[in-house]
Ligand binder design. Sequence first.
Ligand SMILES: [Zn+2]
Length: 121
Amino acid sequence: MILGKCPYCEGSVLSIKTVAQGKKVKLYTCENAKKEHDDSEQFVFTADSTCTFRVYSNTFLRWNKRSFSENEMKKLLNDGQTTIRLHGRKGTGEYFKYVIPSLEYGVSILWDEEVTQEDED
Ligand SMILES: [Zn+2]
């Protein structure tokens, strides 16, 4: 499924079902950012890759967000940012943060910006 246009090139961003570290996840990847296992079993970009935009749906797991959804990724690609709901440790409730594309990490959270209006999921 095509989710939108890559923030870094003219490619389409696709949603692919995959398995990472034994868990079923979705991979949102620019069609120009392909990875493969090289001779030493390293997972590296292919020689014909011209882009690096790849995001796994469990990218925010450490902030207790189980899945970054296709709809959230669509909005990110359309609007340049999206709002996500994160959960604190047990008992500390939920909070909202903006997410933007990141060259280094695929996506990153804007920790310093307060979300004033909560988007609907
Ligand atoms: Zn791209």
